[in-house]
Each structure stands twice: as C-alpha cells, then as structure tokens.
Design a protein around this ligand. Structure first.
Ligand code: FE2
Length: 334
C-alpha cells in the first residue's frame, strides 16, 4: 500500500478495480510488484549516471541533445530517449511494458494498437520551483516509474482529481496556474507519491503540474508517454525519433513494437504518425473519449474539481491585474 490513499491502492490482484479507479480519478499508483528491488536500484543508478554524463557532454555539444534543462520547469532536468542510451535500461523497461497487468491497463484505456512516443527520465532537484498546471496532447497517457521513495510529494507530478472529465480545458478557461499558486494549493491537489519501484498511470488530460521540491533530496521518475489507437503523434524540436540502430538492436521485443514509429502507424506528414485504428465497430479508446465527456456519456468530474476551478477562475485574473499594476508602476517611475 502506498501513501496515495484511495488513489494509491496496490491492486495488481484486482486489475479491473485499478482500471475503474484510473478512469474515475485520472491517475493511479498500482504499486511496486513488477520490478525487483535490484532492478529498480540498477535503473536509478544507470539513469542518474547517464543524466550527469549527458549534462557534461551538452555543455560542449553543437548538435541537438537528449538532455533538457529547460521546458520541464526550474530546477528540473530531463533525459529523453532514455531506453536507447543503455541496454540494461532498455531490458527493464521492456519488462514493464510486457507485464500482463500493465498491458491489460494500457489496452483498456488506449485500445489495442497503442504506441510509445517518448521515454524520459525526469529529475527534480532540491529547490525545484515546480511546473505550472497544464494538460498535454490529445489522447496521451503517461506510465510513471518512481525511482526514489517520495511519500511527501516533493517535486512530484500533482493532479486535480477527476479533472480529465471536465469538458473545457485549463487553457481555454485561462486557469493554467503558475507553480507558486500550485504550491499554495497543495491541499487541493494530489501528488503522485509512493516508493521506489512503484508504477502508475495518468491521463495527460488530467490537469497536472509539479509541486516544488522542498526536500534535500533529488527525486527521479521515468515517464513513458503513450498514444492510443487512432491518435496522432509527432517528432521534432527537442523530441527525436528512436535511432534505427537502437530499433534493430531490440527487434522482436514488445518495446520495439511500441517504439518503432514505422510499425502500426501511417505517416500523415513529415515526422507525424497516425496510430492504426482498432477498426470495426469498436468505440474510441477511453483516453480519446475524455476529450468529449458529454458526447460519450462519461461521469461528470464531481463538485470538488469544479470548486477548485471556480477558485482558480477568481484568483487567476486577480494575479494578472496585480502583475499589470506592478508593470505600469515600473513605467511610471522611469
Ligand atoms: Fe504534462
């Protein structure tokens, strides 16, 4: 049992309850029964070494690199295409995505032809100020592997429970709260907490950000981003396709089937892939249905989510007015 309360049930024994909880809350921690303690330790050590190595190499690099210092918030770093940088990491991640229960969960929310877009390591260091409240791409879900014990939620991805069932987006409502406000609202959001080795899932449609890291420790997580049957994903900018050399090295594995963008997809534009549909009379995958919860007769988000949204609708304009006031004062004193 993890520290996530009703959303942190270790339910590998009852996978269908886990799926129901995920569909209801928008995120879930299913516990740490998939990887052994030594596999988790190896994953953490190798990932940490790679992060440092890439950080040093990036200082003198002239070409695009998989090390990211920006775009993930202040005090946080990321290493993209993680699995292709070390065979042991690749093997362990293959074990996770080949797990029977993990596959059952993925199929139930993504359909049968789901693909992996990206695998990254994210480190939140002490003093990390966090990341603003946001949503990501249509249909996307993330599988999370915690690499450190994090029961307090420092530097953890944090969610507004059930907000994936809100028809409007945080962006359209202009309530993408900055990290400072997110941290002020800690009691209203739920961080992804747990022990090293815990595995979980969240819909990227669930309103989420990252709490600041007020601890003295770094917290590392692996994030595996999936797209469902019928969805579109692309590469470019700081997200590069897996190398052909790596794909040929892992040929025949479940991870290869999921990572190879040329398999089970249709190229619809330069570096833009559409995942094969499940076909027939099958309904759209749940991760796509939540973009239109009313049209698909899904449960409503519940009053708690709407109260938080109402609060943000009141507070956010006040912040904008205050910032404008401060800016005009600065002009006045020139
Ligand atoms: Fe996100």
């Amino acid at each position: 049992m993890t520290a996530m309360g009703k959303y942190g049930l270790n339910l590998l024994s009852n996978i269908h309850d886990s799926i129901d909880d995920l569909k209801s809350a928008g995120f879930i921690n299913i516990g740490g029964d998939i990887l052994s303690a030594s596999e988790v330790r190896q994953l953490r050590d190798l990932s940490g070494e790679l992060l440092l190595q890439f950080e040093q190499e990036t200082r003198t690099a002239t070409a695009p690199t998989d090390f990211k210092r920006t775009g993930v918030g202040e005090g946080a770093w990321a290493l993209t295409r993680l699995s292709q940088h070390h065979p042991a990491i690749s093997q362990t991640i293959d074990k996770v995505v080949s797990d029977k229960n993990v596959k059952t969960i993925l199929k139930s929310i993504l359909g049968t032809n789901y693909k992996i877009w990206e695998i990254s390591l994210r480190r939140s260091s002490p003093g990390d100020t966090g990341l603003y409240l946001h949503q990501d791409a249509l249909g996307q879900i993330n599988l999370v592997i915690l690499l450190t014990d994090n029961l307090a939620g420092d530097g953890a991805t944090s969610f507004l429970p059930k907000s994936h069932l809100v028809a409007k987006t945080a962006k359209s409502l202009r309530v993408e709260a900055p990290p400072v406000l997110l941290n002020f609202m800690r009691g209203l959001l739920k961080p992804f907490t747990g022990r090293a080795g815990d595995i979980g899932f969240f819909f990227n449609r669930t309103w989420h950000g990252r709490f600041s890291n007020q601890s003295t420790k770094s917290h590392d997580v692996i994030l595996i981003a999936f797209f469902p049957s019928g969805a579109t994903f692309g590469f470019g900018g700081s997200y590069l396709e897996p190398s052909q050399k790596y794909l040929s090295e892992i040929k025949g594995t479940e991870l290869s089937r999921l990572l190879d963008p040329g398999y089970g997809t249709e190229l619809v534009a330069d570096k833009l892939y559409k995942v094969a549909s499940d076909g027939g009379n099958t309904e759209a995958p749940f991760s796509l249905q939540i973009a239109d919860p009313v049209g698909h007769n899904l449960k409503t988000a519940g009053w708690r989510a709407y109260v938080v949204i109402l609060l943000l609708r009141i507070i956010m304009p006040l912040g904008r007015i205050a910032r404008r006031g401060m800016a005009s004062n600065r002009v006045d004193t020139k």
